[in-house]
Design a protein around this ligand. Structure first.
Ligand code: HEC
Ligand code: HEC
Ligand code: HEC
Ligand code: HEC
Ligand code: HEC
Ligand code: HEC
Ligand code: HEC
Ligand code: HEC
Ligand code: HEC
Ligand code: HEC
Length: 311
C-alpha cells in the first residue's frame, strides 16, 4: 500500500515537473492523464515484443483507433489505455515503467476508460454509482484483451457476470412466479443500469421507470390515480425478481395487501377503510381485484371498477 502510494506521489511529482518544464519552454503539450509520463511511440513498437497480445487486440473493437484516422496519438491503440510508452520501450520493457491496471486505483482505471466513454450517455455518472463507490471498476466486468464474450467485451454472459458477485439473489429467480431472466426473456440490465446515472430511469437500483419500459399500461397518467402506486411504488405490492405468490405479489392473498392500508388498523386515516358492507367472511368480497379491477389507476372510475359500479 505504502509502496504504491509513494509511487503515485512520485508519478505526480514527475508529471508536475514535466508540465512546468513544458510551460517554461512554451511547448504545446497534448492533454495527458496524471500518470502519463514520456512520449507516445505508437503501437507498432509494442507489437515487436507483445506480438500475441497485439494479434488479440486486432480482434477487439478498440482496434478501430489504429485503423481510422480520427484518433490522436494519445487515443491510439495500446497507449490509449496504458499511456505513453517511450520510457518502457527504452528500458527494454519490464514492470513499473508503464501504466498497468494492476497498480492503478479503481478510480484511475475508470477514468482511463471514461476518457473516451463518457460522451454519448450517462456512463459519466459511473463515478457516483454503487459499483464505483465499492471499487467495482470497468475492468471487473469488461476485459480489454481476452473477453469471454466478444459482444460488449464482457468477461461473462450478463446473468452469470452479475451472479458472480450477487449470488444471494439467485434463489429469487427460481421461485414459482418470477421474471424470466434465467430463461433469457429479459436481462438484469433491463431494470438496472450497471453503469449508474442521474436519470431515475437509469439508476443502478431498479425504479418504477424501468418497469414502464415494458408495462406501459401501468404508467398513466390516470384521471383517478391509486395513491398507493404513486407514493409507495411498484415494489410495495410486487417483488420484482420473483415471488411465491401469483402476479409477483408481496403477500399471499390480495386482501392482506389491501387491508394493510384499507382497514381500521391500517395505514390510512379514517374514511378510507374498506366499507362495512364488504363482508370479508364471504368469498365474494375476499378477492378485491375482481371488482376493483383497475387497481393501478383508471380513467373511468374513482373506485377502479372496470366501468360503472357493478353492485
Ligand atoms: C522491448 C520489448 C518491449 C516493448 C517494445 C514493449 N514492451 Fe511492454 N513489456 C515488455 C516486458 C519484457 C514486460 C514484462 C513482462 C510482462 O509483463 O510481459 C512488459 C510489460 C508490460 C506491461 C505490464 C507492466 C507492469 O507494470 O506490469 C504493459 C502494460 C506493457 N508492457 C505494455 C506495453 C506497451 C503499451 C508497449 C508499447 C508502447 C510495450 N509494452 C512495448 C517488453 C516490451
Ligand atoms: C481499452 C484499453 C486497453 C487497450 C487499448 C490495451 N490494453 Fe493492455 N490492458 C488493459 C487492461 C484493463 C488490462 C488489465 C487486465 C485485463 O483487464 O484483462 C491490461 C493488461 C495488459 C498487460 C498485462 C499486464 C497488466 O498490466 O496487467 C499487458 C502486457 C498489456 N495490457 C499490453 C497491451 C498492449 C501491448 C496493447 C496493444 C496491443 C494493449 N495492452 C492495449 C487495457 C487495455
Ligand atoms: C457491473 C458490471 C459492469 C461495470 C462495472 C461496467 N460495465 Fe459496461 N457493461 C456491462 C454490461 C453487462 C454491458 C452489456 C450491455 C447491457 O446489458 O447493458 C455493458 C456494456 C458496455 C458498453 C457497450 C454498450 C453501451 O452501453 O454503449 C460500453 C462501451 C461499456 N459497457 C463501458 C463501460 C465503462 C467505460 C465502464 C467503467 C466506467 C463500465 N462499462 C463498467 C457491465 C459493466
Ligand atoms: C481512445 C478511446 C478509448 C478508450 C481509452 C477506451 N475505449 Fe472502449 N471503445 C472505443 C471505441 C472507438 C470503441 C468502438 C466503437 C464503439 O463501439 O463505440 C470502443 C468500444 C468499447 C466497448 C463496446 C464493445 C462492443 O462490443 O460494442 C466496450 C465494452 C468498451 N469499449 C470498453 C472500454 C473499457 C472497459 C475501457 C477501459 C479499460 C475502454 N473501453 C477504453 C474507444 C475507447
Ligand atoms: C465484481 C463484483 C460485481 C459484479 C460483477 C456486479 N456487481 Fe453489482 N455490486 C457489487 C458491489 C460490491 C455492490 C455494492 C453494494 C453491495 O454490496 O451489494 C454492488 C451493488 C449493486 C446494486 C445496488 C444494490 C443496492 O443494494 O443498492 C445493484 C442493483 C447491482 N449491483 C446490480 C448489478 C448487476 C445488474 C450486475 C451485472 C451487470 C452487477 N451488479 C455486477 C459488485 C458487483
Ligand atoms: C423486472 C426488473 C428487474 C430485473 C429483471 C432484475 N432486477 Fe434486481 N431489482 C429490481 C428492483 C425494482 C429492485 C429494488 C427492490 C426494492 O426496492 O425492494 C432490485 C434490487 C436488486 C438488488 C439489491 C438487493 C435486493 O435484493 O434488494 C440487486 C443486487 C439486484 N437487484 C440485482 C439484480 C440482478 C443480478 C439481476 C439479474 C439476475 C436483477 N437484479 C434483475 C428490479 C429488477
Ligand atoms: C424488459 C421488459 C420488462 C420489464 C423492464 C419489467 N417487466 Fe414485468 N414482466 C415482463 C414479462 C415479459 C412478463 C411476463 C412473464 C411471464 O409470463 O413469464 C412480466 C410479468 C410481470 C408481472 C406478473 C404478471 C402476471 O401476469 O403474472 C408483474 C407483477 C410484473 N411483471 C411487474 C413488473 C415490475 C414491478 C417491473 C419493474 C420493477 C417490471 N415488471 C419490469 C417484462 C418486463
Ligand atoms: C397497491 C398494490 C399494487 C401496486 C402499488 C402495484 N400493483 Fe401491480 N398488481 C397489484 C395486484 C393486486 C395485481 C393482481 C391483479 C389481479 O389479480 O388481477 C397486480 C397485477 C399486476 C400485473 C399483472 C396483471 C396486469 O394488470 O397486467 C402487472 C404487470 C403489474 N401489476 C405491474 C405493476 C407495476 C409496473 C407497478 C408499478 C407502477 C404496480 N404493478 C404497482 C397490485 C399493485
Ligand atoms: C400502501 C397503502 C395502500 C395499499 C396497499 C392499497 N391502497 Fe388503496 N388507496 C391507498 C390510498 C392512499 C388511497 C387514496 C385515499 C384517498 O384519496 O383518500 C387509496 C385509494 C383506494 C380506493 C379509492 C377509494 C378511496 O378510498 O379513495 C380504492 C377502491 C382502493 N384504494 C382499493 C384498494 C385495493 C383493492 C387494494 C389492494 C389491491 C389497495 N387499495 C391497496 C393506499 C393503499
Ligand atoms: C363484489 C365487488 C367488490 C369486491 C370484491 C370488493 N369491493 Fe370494495 N367496493 C365495492 C363497491 C360497490 C364499493 C362502493 C361503491 C360506492 O360507495 O358507491 C366499494 C368501495 C371500496 C372502497 C372505497 C371506500 C370509500 O368510500 O372511500 C374501498 C377502500 C374498497 N372498496 C376496498 C376493497 C377491498 C380492500 C376489497 C377486498 C378486501 C374490496 N374492496 C372488495 C365493491 C367491491
Amino acid at each position: 500500500m505504502h509502496q504504491s502510494l509513494s509511487r503515485v506521489y512520485c508519478l505526480i511529482a514527475t508529471a508536475l515537473a514535466l508540465v512546468l518544464l513544458g510551460a517554461s519552454l512554451n511547448y504545446a503539450q497534448p492533454q495527458q492523464s496524471a500518470s502519463a509520463v514520456g512520449q507516445y511511440v505508437g503501437s507498432e513498437a509494442c507489437q515487436t515484443c507483445h506480438e500475441e497480445m497485439f494479434n488479440q487486440f486486432k480482434k477487439t473493437p478498440h482496434y478501430v483507433t489504429l485503423t481510422k484516422k480520427d484518433y490522436k496519438p494519445e487515443q491510439q491503440g495500446c497507449e490509449s489505455c496504458h499511456g505513453p510508452g517511450s520510457a518502457h520501450v527504452e528500458a527494454g520493457g519490464g514492470a513499473g515503467t508503464i501504466a498497468s491496471f494492476k497498480t492503478m486505483s479503481s478510480k484511475q482505471r475508470a477514468e482511463t476508460c471514461l476518457k473516451c466513454h463518457a460522451k454519448q450517455d450517462e456512463r459519466i455518472n459511473f463515478k457516483h454509482s454503487e459499483h464505483q463507490i465499492s471499487q467495482v471498476s470497468c475492468d471487473a466486468c469488461h476485459s480489454s484483451h481476452t473477453p469471454k464474450f466478444a459482444a460488449n467485451l464482457l468477461r461473462e454472459e450478463t446473468t452469470t457476470l452479475c451472479f458472480s458477485c450477487h449470488g444471494e439473489i439467485r434463489n429469487s429467480f427460481a421461485l414459482p412466479f418470477r421474471h424470466k431472466v434465467m430463461e433469457g426473456v429479459l436481462s438484469c440490465t433491463d431494470c438496472h443500469n450497471q453503469h449508474g446515472g442521474f436519470n431515475a430511469q437509469k439508476r443502478l437500483v431498479g425504479t418504477d421507470q424501468s418497469c414502464f419500459k415494458c408495462h406501459t399500461d401501468k404508467q398513466g397518467p390516470f384521471t383517478f390515480e391509486h395513491m398507493a402506486v404513486r407514493i409507495e411504488g411498484c415494489t410495495y405490492c410486487h417483488s420484482p425478481h420473483g415471488s411465491n405468490n401469483p402476479r409477483l405479489l408481496t403477500r399471499n392473498r390480495v386482501q392482506s395487501l389491501c387491508l394493510e392500508c384499507h382497514s381500521g388498523a391500517g395505514r390510512l386515516p379514517a374514511g378510507d377503510e374498506t366499507p362495512s358492507f364488504h363482508n370479508l367472511a364471504t368469498a365474494r368480497f375476499q378477492n378485491c381485484t375482481t371488482c376493483h379491477t383497475q387497481i393501478h389507476g383508471s380513467n373511468l372510475n374513482v373506485l377502479f371498477f372496470e366501468q360503472e359500479a357493478p353492485v
